[in-house]
Design a protein around this ligand. Structure first.
Ligand code: GDP
Length: 219
């Protein structure tokens, strides 16, 4: 009986809590990203998908990542140190903002793709998808590219509070169906709302589980 109680206790205390999150550095390219072997998790998605809001929600900090009314403004690889360098949260520039000149867009794309492919500390990329929309080619293309590069990722559907659970789930279902045209299996999927903090524990515990696996492998 005791072991069972202890085991339940252990599970309960495993929830990851971000007690501290600090801005570390903004880097324009891979070459200027922080040195060292702190594991990192990157957040990416279309401009206005709700990335800043999600990061702030996860970190219990309303102003950590800037929620900008000007989509596509963040062009840098923004690093946040979580729980005194236990891991880095990496806020990547949003893609798909038409008002940015083509040349500049291509330059960002090269920088971000180089970061994603070559950054060895990158454990997983969280790809944010707006749960209000039907499947968008720009998201599906990006995910296919991640697949080609054999990069680990999970899908994070945002703004789930904006629609009923039925509509949200229907959109997520449609996205999965679209994905299965080019994929044999589906990645981990999270449904979130920055307003209602939906999905916070699930997403943080997913990150924790990857950190745990990584730690065991390096012991
Ligand atoms: P970013 O450009 O991807 O960083 O997106 P922001 O976090 O700046 O969010 C874009 C807009 O969507 C803002 O007006 C946010 O207030 C709104 N938003 C973001 N997340 C949510 C959410 O979970 N629920 C609702 N209702 N609105 C959200």
């Amino acid at each position: 009986h005791y072991s069972l109680i202890f085991r339940i206790f252990a599970v309960m205390t495993k929830d990851m809590i971000i007690r501290k999150a600090q801005f570390l550095i903004s880097s324009p390219t891979l070459a200027l990203c922080p040195q060292g072997d702190v594991p990192e998790f990157a957040f990416i998605g279309r401009s206005n998908v709700g990335k800043s809001s999600l990061i702030n929600m996860l970190c219990n900090n309303g102003s950590l990542a800037k929620t900008s009314s000007l989509p596509g403004k963040t062009q840098l690889i923004n690093y946040f140190s979580v729980n005194d360098n236990r891991w880095y949260l990496v806020d990547l520039p949003g893609y798909g903002y038409a008002k940015v000149p083509q040349k500049l867009r291509e330059q960002w794309q090269r920088n971000i793709r180089e970061y994603l492919v070559r950054r060895m500390q990158l454990m997983c990329t969280l790809v944010l998808i707006d749960s209000r929309l039907s499947p968008q080619a720009i998201d599906l293309d990006f995910i296919d590219w991640l697949g080609q590069q054999q990069l680990a990722f999970a899908l994070v559907f945002t703004k789930a509070d904006k629609n009923s659970a039925t509509v949200t789930n229907d959109n997520i279902q449609q996205f999965q169906t679209a994905m299965l045209q080019t994929w044999d299996e589906l990645p981990p999927i999270f449904t979130t709302s920055a307003v209602k903090t939906t999905g916070k524990t699930e997403l943080l515990n997913y990150i924790q589980s990857i950190l745990d696996t990584n730690h065991e492998q390096t012991l």
